[in-house]
Design a protein around this ligand. Structure first.
Ligand SMILES: [Zn+2]
Ligand SMILES: [Zn+2]
Length: 403
């Protein structure tokens, strides 16, 4: 007798394309978590596409779709939380809006500052003269605008969306999205302390698989100089996650002045209180199905890898919080740059070749050859020499050989 297995359902998949609050950052110390402003992509198990917010992360999402789907049309539902720059600034740079085969359904609230059709007006304003080279008539994709409000709930395919008002200057909506694979709550740009909004967020977050929450400031900043700016901290996120029995908390909307190490600090403080906490990073994905939630990171975008074999002792903490230490082989290494003392003074922004002698593996050629770009000088750092700062750049052949 043939056993009939129920078709295994695909998981829901959430991808972070922008995680930075307020304004994009390019500083080196923000690269690891990423500098693009809010934009998330959610694919429901049955294939319905959602985009949450249109910050500058929307541009790389558009490029990803164009590369993956070519001329095949895209149909997507875009939920916008509010109209601050960091949540709408990706709009003019999203290629799929300029392609006639695509179809978009927008959901956002009527702002008292913009009136009826607020989001449509935002599109027109962003592409108006003299702020942008082409006007909104160049956006040939079909666009349908839906006005929604806090307390409302509606279905999109098999997914249920619920909106709730948060406490943020000029208004902001949080969204709960219940897919057939799991539930996420996107609650960014919220300052605690207004009872009605504190209740709203708890209603949205009740029992959610994933709560994405505004953790821009430290609890100390939130209590002092940043009170009234409309944001929150990891500590508030932890409180809500605990009270509402959320399964995973994701710290989001990192301050533009927060370094990667600073975000690391918020994350480890939050994990002391609520172990299932993550800090949102560009390229992070969360998949959800009946078996639970899985969080993953894509390969580092700044890694220029050199194949090496070094023995190393690695120690750290396992997923379930136990300490470990073991011998391991390091097989490749990512190198950002170097500081070299030279008799010559190379031209700034010119290329150098750097051959580093190694004695790691006697039977093979004992040298690493690296291409570098001169980015910095320090005169007089060494007697009669110039200190040269270089950043290593990728070899053309290395780029071909990687994925
Ligand atoms: Zn924001
Ligand atoms: Zn805002």
């Amino acid at each position: 007798m043939r056993r009939i297995h129920p078709m295994k359902q695909k998981p829901a998949k959430l991808t972070f394309w922008g995680v930075r609050g307020s304004t994009p950052t390019l500083e080196r110390y923000t690269w690891r978590y990423g500098g693009n402003t809010p934009c998330l992509e959610l694919m429901a198990p049955e294939g319905t596409r959602f985009v949450l917010d249109c910050g500058t992360g929307l541009r790389p999402l558009g490029n990803h779709w164009s590369a993956r789907m070519g001329s095949e049309g895209v149909d997507a539902h875009i939920l916008v939380t509010h109209y601050h720059w960091d949540h709408i600034q990706g709009i003019p740079f999203f290629h799929p809006f300029f392609e006639a085969q695509n179809k978009f359904h927008f959901y956002s609230f009527q702002s008292k500052h913009l009136g009826v059709d607020s989001l449509r007006k935002v599109f027109e304003a962003q592409l108006s003269s003299p702020y942008f080279p082409v006007d909104v008539s160049m956006m040939t994709a079909s666009r349908e605008f839906n006005e929604v409000s806090g307390g409302q709930s509606w279905d999109i395919g098999k997914t249920k969306v619920t909106a709730g008002w948060l406490n943020h200057p000029q208004g902001c909506l949080g969204y709960r999205i219940d897919t057939t694979g799991g539930s996420i709550v996107y609650a960014t740009d919220n300052e605690p302390g207004v009872p009605e909004c504190d209740r709203n967020i708890r209603q949205l977050a009740q029992g959610a698989d994933v709560l994405i929450y505004d953790a821009q400031y430290s609890p100390e900043q939130l209590a002092s100089e940043r009170r009234g700016w409309g944001h929150s901290s990891w500590l508030e996120g932890v409180k809500i996650a605990r009270e509402c029995r959320v399964r995973n908390l994701v710290l989001f909307h990192h301050d533009p002045d927060s370094t990667d190490r600073g975000v690391d600090g918020f994350l480890s403080a939050a994990r002391q209180e609520f172990p299932s906490t993550w800090a949102a990073a560009e390229g992070m994905t969360i998949t959800m199905d009946d078996h639970g939630v899985d969080v993953a990171m894509r390969e580092s975008r700044i890694g220029q890898r050199r194949r090496l074999r070094y023995m190393a002792t690695v120690s750290g903490q396992t997923e379930d919080g136990k300490s470990f230490e073991e011998k391991a082989t390091v097989r490749d290494i990512s190198i950002q740059g170097a500081y070299i003392c030279l008799n010559s003074r190379p031209r700034l922004q010119s290329e150098l070749r750097v051959l580093i002698e190694t004695n790691g593996e006697p039977q093979r050629s004992a040298a690493i050859s690296l291409r570098a770009n001169v980015v910095h000088f320090e005169d007089g750092a060494e007697k009669n020499q110039v200190g040269v700062g270089v950043v290593f750049v990728e070899e053309p052949e290395a780029r071909r050989s990687r994925d």
